[in-house]
Design a protein around this ligand. Structure first.
Ligand SMILES: [Zn+2]
Length: 94
């Protein structure tokens, strides 16, 4: 039941966490001190972020829990675009 939506939510959480991690790494002084080791971590994080962004762009059914409709209405949010069907587009205001 609703596995696709649960997965998309999980991906969005992962994407949000990765962006936070990246911001912390890039803004920390430790980053400069250990630049070589962190470059690999940063490029792995960037790669995963790009992967998650492309998955989330392609799969945008309505994000309302339990709704199976296609998300025709996109709303720009802090962590990317959220998609809803015409019935649930009010969810974007939450
Ligand atoms: Zn819906």
């Amino acid at each position: 039941m609703d596995r696709a939506e649960a997965t998309i939510k999980e991906l969005r959480v992962e994407l949000s966490n990765l962006r936070d991690d990246l911001a912390v790494i890039e803004s920390s002084e430790v980053f400069a001190a250990r630049a070589i080791g962190n470059q690999e971590v940063v490029s792995a994080i960037r790669h995963r972020i790009a992967e998650l962004e492309s998955i989330l762009r392609l799969r945008h059914h309505c994000m309302h829990p339990g709704c199976k409709s296609w998300g025709s209405f996109g709303f720009d949010k802090r962590d990317g675009v959220e998609w809803y069907c015409s019935t649930h587009k009010g969810d974007a205001d939450d």
